[in-house]
Design a protein around this ligand. Structure first.
Ligand SMILES: Nc1ncnc2c1ncn2[C@@H]1O[C@H](COP(=O)(O)OP(=O)(O)OP(=O)(O)O)[C@@H](O)[C@H]1O
Length: 713
């Protein structure tokens, strides 16, 4: 059977033609997949094309698909579809070539070469008469052609790259470059060494001999897989055609591909800044595991998140990439609901601190417990001590507490004070026990104990964990217990820059040992423009972030391949002025045909959303909807959400409003911080919160404040 591959550009071009024609393309593609050699498919060469491999085939009366059928190997590539004249125009200057250094199949737009030739003839004449003005040093002078090709530069574009003087010029020809070439050159221009970039791109310094005519082999190359997918079944094909613009479903970055498809001896940790495709990699990993590793029909794996919102998003997205027969073997849930399910088998009636009523009771219990003490610490000190020392370390006796290390706590206490403090904790614990109320940490710990005592057999072969930065040490202990160490056991993704809850973990303390080679990083931002990414990173600049273990993480080498406008930062004297600005911004977006559901206004608190911004849009008669965690379909209108709620989501336009002093961090929370260390931890979390909110924007970011600006800005 001939091999059929579909290009990302084919899918994109298909989505741009009328619906009635798309239907015909679909029918043609199915026929093509069955047998591209059947006599009813007529391949016509085009006169006057750069690449003699290019053919077109008729679809209906006026549309044409562009097909490549190389002389060697039995391969057919669908590369573009369009109205006859447009298809001819598109194909005229394209060359389809295997890069002799990377082995990746590239589509090269030679139009730029011709344009440059004409321009250069003029420039050469001017330069000849003006020799001393010529820039002596060009951007890539230090590298050989072979090195540039090894980074992904197509042979034909070498002269264009050689002429570049600075990064702005690189940016200008960006659209003519294959992604891998742009990525490599951007890193070179940013000062990374050639060798560092090869490691980053996962390329061997010396590759095996590459046959520039072997297109069949080239289809297996990771660079090719960024833009071509081999079709293996009709189901596969229909999946691609049904969501042609969702590239992530089919085309992975080589780093993602490598992480997803690797066979690992033990746990893997994947770090990466916002928008670098961690969740996409995690979902493809789940698919890979059920498809190729745990293939028994009784094998299942569990995909764990911190928030229920994200679990919902992942469930839907997995439905679209995993065939139905395999999909049921991937269970998606939160760590909390997994733990509570285990515990409920033994105790049906416990309550959690999630309802307002219980929260009030717990608050009251703390007040009572603390009121009996006379050490002079306020309530927030006890609560922090409870969360950061007792609950984090799973301490249950006075003896353990007396011995516990209190690393990171700002207030020193004596042994005697510890004894007195423990009495408060005992009172609080006995209140919880009397009412059968459990904190989430307790639920997770007790669930683990049940599993440890072999009272509950967990049926999962492997776990995938997203939002790892927000999970508690106890959560990881439970995960380790339900999935014992073994090949392909755990796949953990997270970004500590996005840690917005207090749960700092060290994986090895939960028995999860990620050795050096099983620690991976994703660095290419697929979501936001470079301008938005840079601004968001500037918010957290200078702060220290861990790597979920005992090392540190940083934002070195991260980049976005998308470019756009700088974020707009606006400060006003009064709320009214801010509201007027937001109104104009939204009206402007509407008049530019931006769909309301692509706009999201984010603020720090629920009350700002409910009492200030929702009424604003109601008054203006513009539909708006407060994002509801319990609903999958949020209806029409501008999205309104808190900073916590937008985690994991994305929108084309984001407005972050009321970034004022006293609002972020909230004044009442800041006041309660027990000491300087808690205050600075809180500030770091609030900065992360702004980082999370800002990196939800794909194209436009607006940040407004009034009165006095927040210190996080
Ligand atoms: N290989 C890919 N091709 C095209 N788009 C991709 C690819 N990988 C990820 N994306 C897109 O990039 C965006 C961010 O991806 P994803 O949500 O997986 O990133 P993340 O690292 O989990 O983000 P965050 O931590 O900020 O929530 C999404 O729109 C996703 O569809």
């Amino acid at each position: 059977m001939p091999k059929i591959a579909i290009g990302a550009e084919f899918l994109k071009s298909m989505s741009n033609i009328p619906k009635s024609e798309q239907k015909k393309v679909r029918e043609f593609t199915e026929k093509f997949r069955k047998d591209p050699t059947q006599s009813s498919i007529n391949y016509e060469p085009i006169n006057d094309v750069k690449d003699k491999k290019v053919r077109t085939v008729r679809i209906g009366l006026s549309y044409r698909a562009v097909v490549i059928h190389p002389p060697k190997g039995d391969v057919y590539l669908l590369v573009w579809v369009d109205h006859h004249d447009e298809a001819m125009r598109w194909a005229k200057n394209k060359v389809f070539e295997i890069n002799s250094e990377t082995g990746g199949l590239q589509i090269i737009d030679t139009e730029i070469i011709e344009k440059e030739q004409v321009e250069n003839e003029v420039v050469d004449e001017v330069e000849e008469s003006n020799k001393e003005d010529k820039q002596e040093y060009l951007l890539f002078d230090d590298y050989t052609d072979k090195q540039l090709q090894k980074l992904g530069v197509p042979r034909l574009l070498l002269p264009s790259i050689r002429r570049l003087e600075n990064e702005e010029e690189l940016e200008q020809i960006r659209k003519h470059l294959p992604d891998e070439a742009y990525e490599g050159l951007l890193s070179l221009a940013a000062g990374f060494s050639f060798e560092e970039i090869l490691v980053e791109l996962g390329r061997e310094p010396d590759n095996e001999e590459i046959d520039p005519d072997d297109f069949e082999k080239a289809l297996d190359n990771p660079d090719t897989k960024r833009r071509f997918a081999t079709v293996t079944s009709n189901e596969d094909l229909l999946d691609m055609l049904n969501a042609p613009l969702e590239k992530w479903r089919v085309f992975l970055h080589p780093t993602q591909e490598k992480i997803v498809k690797n066979n690992n001896k033990g746990p893997v940790r994947v770090l990466g800044g916002a928008g670098t495709g961690k969740t996409v990699a995690a979902m493809h990993r789940a698919k890979f595991l059920v498809e190729e590793v745990f293939t028994n029909t009784s094998d299942s794996i569990i995909f764990l998140t911190f928030t229920a919102n994200l679990a919902k998003v992942i469930k839907n997205q997995l439905d679209s990439i995993v065939p139905e027969s395999l999909r049921k073997r991937i269970i998606v849930t939160t760590v909390h609901s997994l733990a509570s399910r285990i515990l409920k088998r033994y105790d049906e009636n416990f309550q959690t601190v999630s309802s307002h009523e219980i929260r009030e009771q717990v608050k009251h219990a703390w007040e009572i417990a603390v009121s009996t003490e006379e050490l002079g610490f306020d309530e927030s000190f006890y609560r922090e001590e409870w969360e950061d020392v007792v609950q984090r370390k799973g301490i249950s006796t006075e003896k353990e507490y007396l011995r516990a290390k209190r690393i990171g706590r700002g207030t020193r206490i004596s042994r005697l004070q510890r004894k007195q403090i423990w009495k408060v904790f005992e009172d609080y614990r006995s209140f919880l026990n009397r009412h059968n109320i459990k904190e989430w940490v307790d639920i997770v710990r007790e669930a683990r104990m049940i599993v440890e005592q072999n009272d509950f057999v967990v049926p999962y072969k492997a776990a995938i964990v997203d939002e790892a930065q927000d999970l508690h040490q106890e959560d990881f202990k439970l995960i380790r217990t339900i999935i014992p160490e073994g090949p392909n056991d755990l796949f953990i993704v997270g970004d500590t820059h996005q840690r917005i809850y207090k749960n700092k973990v060290v994986l090895s303390h939960s028995g999860i040992n990620v050795l050096g080679r099983r620690s991976k990083r994703l660095k290419v931002n697929y979501r936001t423009t470079e301008q938005i990414r840079k601004w968001a990173v500037s918010i957290i600049d200078g702060l220290s972030y861990d790597d979920l273990d005992e090392g540190l993480d940083d934002q070195k080498g991260y980049k976005s391949l998308l470019h756009g406008l700088d974020p707009e930062l606006r400060h006003f004297n009064k709320l009214d002025d801010e509201l007027r600005f937001i109104t104009d911004f939204v009206h402007n977006a509407i008049s530019n045909d931006v769909k309301l559901s692509n706009l999201c206004l984010v603020a720090r608190s629920k009350s700002l959303i409910k009492d200030v911004y929702k009424p604003l849009f109601d008054e203006l008669g513009i539909a708006s909807t407060i994002l509801d965690p319990s609903k999958t379909n949020q209806g029409e209108g501008i999205r309104l959400a808190t900073m916590h709620r937008v985690k994991g989501l994305e929108f084309s336009h984001i407005i972050i409003a009321s970034v004022n002093k006293g609002v972020i961090p909230p004044e009442n929370v800041l006041k309660k911080a027990a000491d300087e260390i808690s205050r600075s931890d809180l500030l770091q979390r609030e900065k992360s919160l702004l980082y999370v909110a800002a990196t939800r924007a794909r194209d436009y970011l607006v940040v407004t404040s009034y009165g006095e600006k927040s210190e996080v800005l």
